[in-house]
Each structure stands twice: as C-alpha cells, then as structure tokens.
Design a protein around this ligand. Structure first.
Ligand SMILES: [Zn+2]
Length: 167
C-alpha cells in the first residue's frame, strides 16, 4: 500500500464515523449522555441551572452573579466551538489552515507562534489528503485544549466584558 493509499484509508475511517454527536460542542470523541450533551457540556448546563435557581431563591449576590456569568461564558464557548467545527475530515484544508492550526496551538501551549508565515510551504509539502488529515488532528487537539481549560477561557471572557476588553 502506498502512503497516499494509507492516508486515504485513514480519512475514510474518520468520515465513516457517524456516531452520536454532542448538541453543543459537536464532539464525537466524548460519549453523549443526558439531553443530547456530552458529560462536559451537561455539567455546565446543570451547574448553570443550579446557580440560576439559587439566585431566584436567595437573591442575586455579586458572587452569584459572577458565577452565573462565568457559566454563561462556558456555555457560549461550547456552542461556538460546535458551530465552528464542521466535519473537518470532510472539508478541504489549505496550507493557510495548517499554518493557523499550528500557530494557534503553539501560542496556547508554548507561548510562541511556530511556523508563522509557512502557509505556502504547508501547501506544497503535503498532498490535499494529508492536509485534511493534519487539519483534523490539529483541530481535535485545539478543541481538547480549550475543553480542558474552559474555566480559564470563560473567566477571561467575563473579565473582557467587565472591563470592556481592548476595544
Ligand atoms: Zn459537548
């Protein structure tokens, strides 16, 4: 089997996965549980509902208000992530897509952008199928990273809204 055939075979396996998908984040890698949501999204839904209930019963203190805003930001992030994540394995990926993936991930994890300006190189170095596969794996890594750091990102969102961000 040639390398091209092996890559095409792997893509076929990914595209054939039509298992249940989370209604918010569209993850296929985490089992879908209650309310059509993965465990991560469902925990956020439950926590939000519990906080809202507490606010209704005991009044909305500033601590409670902050907690509700953070949980709202988490929900918004899950849904946005789902909207952005079309079935990556089914769409074409350009050299620029790969550059964005690597720059984004390396900035998040290493604190510096790797391979910035390498879009043309990625476009030439990999075949279209190899780029799709690479984009798929890098996208999954980015999604997992933001999932594991959901609270930090949500707190940043709330802070940005509170102080007006950098607009
Ligand atoms: Zn989810």
């Amino acid at each position: 089997m040639t390398l091209d055939e092996e890559v095409a075979g792997l893509l076929e396996i990914l595209r054939g996965d039509h298992g249940p998908v989370c209604a918010w984040c569209k993850s296929r890698r985490h089992p879908v549980k209650s309310k059509g949501l993965c465990g991560h999204c469902n925990r956020i839904r439950l926590k939000f509902a519990a906080l809202e209930k507490r606010a209704e019963e005991n009044g909305r203190t500033s601590e409670l208000d902050y907690a509700i805003r953070v949980e709202t930001a988490k929900m918004e992030r899950c849904k946005l992530e789902g909207r952005l994540h079309t079935r990556v394995a089914e769409t074409l990926a350009s050299g620029l897509d790969i550059e964005h993936d690597i720059s984004y991930l390396s900035k998040l994890i290493l604190g510096e952008e790797m391979f910035y300006g390498y879009a043309n190189w990625f476009g030439h170095a990999f075949t279209p199928d190899q780029r799709i596969l690479l984009h798929y794996f890098l996208d999954e890594l980015g999604r997992e990273y933001t999932r594991q750091n959901r609270l930090t990102f949500a707190m940043d969102d709330v802070l940005d809204k509170t102080i007006g961000g950098d607009q």
